[in-house]
Design a protein around this ligand. Structure first.
Ligand code: ADP
Ligand code: MG
Ligand code: ZN
Length: 495
């Protein structure tokens, strides 16, 4: 019988693997390129696990893991080592994976998601496995290019309570990894891979240290959408079992993005099945204080701090700050243009209110018109045709010359297409300024002398003759004068 008075709260913990952006692999000199198209190109006897070969530690990979650990508020171990995780599978040439077990480099950290602390249990270093390609004809192929690529694993405590919170965690982690420049963290390319552990707990029994329910682990989540959908599906599946007084089996499940369902893969193995033991071919690692200090110095301003600063220094609102910071390049571009504008407005002795408006106008043009020009492509400053200086100049000109928004858009579009600075384009295109009365008068005269019929009709009181002449004015000025202004100029003149 279904007992629908029971309410369940989701309990979720994530395990996230990240491919680190080092030049070479974790324990040999092979090129680290998981996107290499030619199979089995970047391989050598070490990463192929030939007998008699010896691994050599990639120091950059360790630095990247520790850098990440510090950014995620972790404690960093003083002493550590690698261990062998033994299991047999064709994607594992040595028959074991070199990983960390008892002594991860980083532990007891946290990441704040919407002001809630999600505790991070550990961040450790291991090596990636080969890629298996399953053919429909009953055989499988193995590409070892990926085998031995440095892989960082992060494990959270089961502090996450919803699918949205889980994907927010993964998104924020991705952004931090990119700011730290330790990984490209592209989920579609398999550089960031999420596994979600899910169980339900009866809301009435939820208390500190309450015993958690049986968890299910979902593998192969390779998009943020998959993270959300898979967790939602699994919450519903488990709820239904529990409401029917059935047991949730502890197992690993896969995610099928087509049918949007999880499916059973295997029963859970225990740590002792892997027979972990210290890797005898690698030395003990000691992490010194000055080494840690040096890494700390290399950590850039992170997204949360940057949002705060953009709000304080440049008067940007929360939502704009969030979007700007979601791409490091974009936020840096904005800062350069905004600094330019601040300098300009100080020269002009603008008051604080005007400065604020100027910079908000820059944020608006950047986030709507300029990102619009990219039609969905990621912003990257080195591929972007408008320099931050020219963009700053544009914003200043728009304010100074009181351009119509139509004209501003034309100007910005031309800057984007040609990469030229705004003053050059204004000169070349003969774009007029709408506050230049002499200029407007000249155009009115031109329109009237080349359309005598319309002029006569207007004098006879035909209203649409005026509309026609306004249209001609717009055409003549390539839309850079606004209709009200054209109308006013015409009527003034005709009087
Ligand atoms: P295992 O030994 O099965 O790997 P761990 O205790 O190491 O399990 O935890 C692995 C992940 O599962 C962690 O992210 C942890 O937060 C999460 N987790 C542990 N227990 C539960 C549970 N009952 N419900 C949901 N997630 C859990
Ligand atoms: Mg585990
Ligand atoms: Zn190799």
């Amino acid at each position: 019988m279904i007992n629908s008075s029971k309410k369940y709260i989701p309990v979720i913990g994530l395990e996230i693997h990240t491919e680190l952006k080092t030049n070479s692999k974790m324990f040999c000199g092979c090129k680290n390129d998981s996107q290499e198209k030619e199979a089995n190109l970047n391989i050598c006897p070490v990463c192929m696990g030939h007998p008699g070969t010896l691994p050599v530690i990639n120091k950059t990979a360790i630095r990247f893991v520790i850098k990440t650990g510090i950014a995620l508020n972790c404690k960093i171990t003083k002493e550590s080592r690698f261990e062998r995780k033994n299991y047999f599978y064709p994607d594992l040439p040595k028959g074991y994976q070199i990983s960390q077990y008892k002594e991860p480099f980083c532990f007891n950290g946290f990441l704040k998601i919407n002001n809630k602390k999600i505790r991070i249990r550990r961040v450790h270093l291991e090596e990636d496995t080969a890629r298996l390609i399953h053919s429909k004809n009953g055989y499988s192929l193995i590409d070892f290019n990926r085998a031995g690529i440095p892989l960082m694993e992060l494990v959270t405590e089961p502090d996450i309570e919803s699918s949205k919170e889980a994907s927010d965690f993964a998104k924020k982690l991705q952004l931090i990894l990119r700011y730290l420049n330790v990984s490209s963290a592209d989920m579609e390319k398999g550089q960031l891979r999420v596994e979600a552990n899910i169980s339900l707990i009866n809301a009435n029994f939820k208390a500190k240290n309450a015993k958690l329910g049986t968890k299910v682990e979902i593998k192969n989540l390779n998009s943020f959408r998959a993270v959300e959908r898979a967790i939602e599906y699994e919450i519903e599946r488990q709820k239904e079992l529990l409401l029917n007084d059935e047991r949730v089996a502890q197992e690993t499940r896969g995610w099928d993005p087509q049918s949007e369902r999880t499916f059973p893969q295997r029963e859970k193995e225990e740590a002792h099945d892997y027979r972990y033991f210290p890797e005898p071919d690698l030395p003990q690692i000691y992490i010194k204080k000055d080494y840690l200090e040096a890494i700390k110095k290399g950590i850039p301003e992170l997204p949360d701090q940057k949002i705060k600063r953009l709000k304080e220094e440049f008067f940007v609102n929360e939502q704009s700050a969030q979007i700007l910071v979601s791409n490091r390049d974009l936020s840096e571009y904005f800062e350069k243009s905004a600094s330019e504008l601040l300098r300009w407005s100080k020269d002009k002795r603008l008051d604080q209110k005007s400065q604020k408006e100027l910079i908000q106008s820059a944020a608006n043009y950047l986030l709507t018109d300029l990102l619009g020009c990219l039609s969905g492509k990621e912003f990257s400053e080195k591929d972007f045709p408008i320099t931050p200086e020219n963009f700053g100049e544009f914003i200043a000109l728009v304010r100074d010359k009181k351009f119509t928004s139509k004209m501003a858009k034309i100007l910005l579009g031309e800057m984007f297409d040609s990469g030229q600075d705004p003053s050059t384009i204004i000169k070349k295109r003969g774009l007029i300024q709408t506050d230049n009365e002499d200029e407007i008068k000249k155009i009115v005269q031109k329109i009237i002398s080349s359309n005598p019929r319309a002029f006569e009709d207007y004098k006879k009181g035909k209203e649409n003759a005026l509309q026609f002449m306004i249209g001609q004015m717009m055409k003549e000025t390539k839309g850079t004068i606004n209709p009200q202004m054209a109308k006013k100029a015409l009527i003034d003149f005709l009087k």
